[in-house]
Design a binder for this molecule. Structure first.
Ligand code: IMP
Ligand code: MG
Length: 188
C-alpha cells in the first residue's frame, strides 16, 4: 500500500533550485547582490540556492520577519525580530524567502530596505501563493506559483513543526502540484 504523495518532492524542488540559480546568475553576471535570507522559513531554500549559485563572491545575511496570527493564517503588520543589517545601504539586495502569501512581509521588508537606502531590492521566493494576496507586490523570481493551500516542509512550518521535511506537503487535499513557471512570466 502506498502512502500520500508529497505536493512537491525533494527532487523536483532541487531541480527547480538549480534552474533558479541559473536565472539569477544570468540576471547578475557581474557583481551579485547581497543575499538576505528571511528567517525562519527561508533557511533551507537559501542554503540550497546559494550553494547552487556556486559563486564565491556571494554573501548571505539574515533578517527575521514575523507576523502575528494562528498556525496557518498570517495577519497584521509584520515586525522585524532581526532587522536587516545597516551596511546594506547603497547595495543591491536579493531577498530569499520561503513563500509570499498576503505579500505583507515582502512589502514591509522592501519598505524597510528602502528606508535603509539600498540601491535595489529584488526577491526570490520558493513559492508565490496568490490566494490570500492583500497587497500588490512585485515578485522578481519564484520557484513555483501556487494558487492556494497551506504548505509545510522544506523550511515551511505549521506552528513551528515540519520545517525539517525534505519534501513540500500540502495540508489542503484539493491543492494540486503547480506547473513550474518562469519568473519572467509572472506579473506580466
Ligand atoms: P505573507 O503573508 O506574504 O506576509 O507571508 C508571511 C509568512 O507566512 C511567509 O514568509 C511564511 O513564513 C508564512 N506562510 C505563508 N503561507 C505559508 C504556508 O503555506 N506555509 C507555511 N508558512 C506560510
Ligand atoms: Mg517566511
Amino acid at each position: 500500500m502506498s502512502g500520500p504523495l508529497p505536493f512537491l518532492p525533494a527532487e523536483r524542488i532541487a531541480a527547480r533550485v538549480v534552474e533558479l540559480a541559473a536565472e539569477l546568475s544570468a540576471r547578475w553576471p557581474g557583481d551579485f547582490p547581497r543575499c538576505l535570507c528571511v528567517l525562519k522559513g527561508g533557511f533551507i531554500f537559501a542554503a540550497d540556492l546559494v550553494r547552487a549559485l556556486g559563486r564565491p563572491d556571494v554573501t548571505v545575511d539574515f533578517v527575521r520577519v514575523a507576523s502575528y496570527g494562528d498556525a496557518i493564517t498570517s495577519s497584521g503588520a509584520p515586525i522585524f525580530l532581526v532587522p536587516p543589517p545597516a551596511d546594506l545601504a547603497g547595495q543591491d539586495v536579493l531577498v530569499i524567502e520561503d513563500i509570499v502569501d498576503s505579500g505583507l512581509s515582502w512589502a514591509a521588508l522592501k519598505a524597510a530596505l528602502g528606508d535603509l537606502g539600498v540601491k535595489s531590492a529584488a526577491i526570490c521566493c520558493l513559492v508565490d501563493k496568490r490566494e490570500r494576496r492583500l497587497v500588490e507586490v512585485e515578485i522578481d523570481f519564484a520557484g513555483f506559483v501556487v494558487e492556494r493551500g497551506f504548505l509545510i516542509g522544506y523550511g515551511l512550518d505549521c506552528a513551528e513543526k515540519s520545517r525539517c521535511l525534505p519534501d513540500l506537503w500540502s495540508l489542503d487535499p484539493e491543492t494540486f502540484a503547480p506547473e513550474t513557471r518562469d519568473a519572467n512570466a509572472i506579473d506580466s
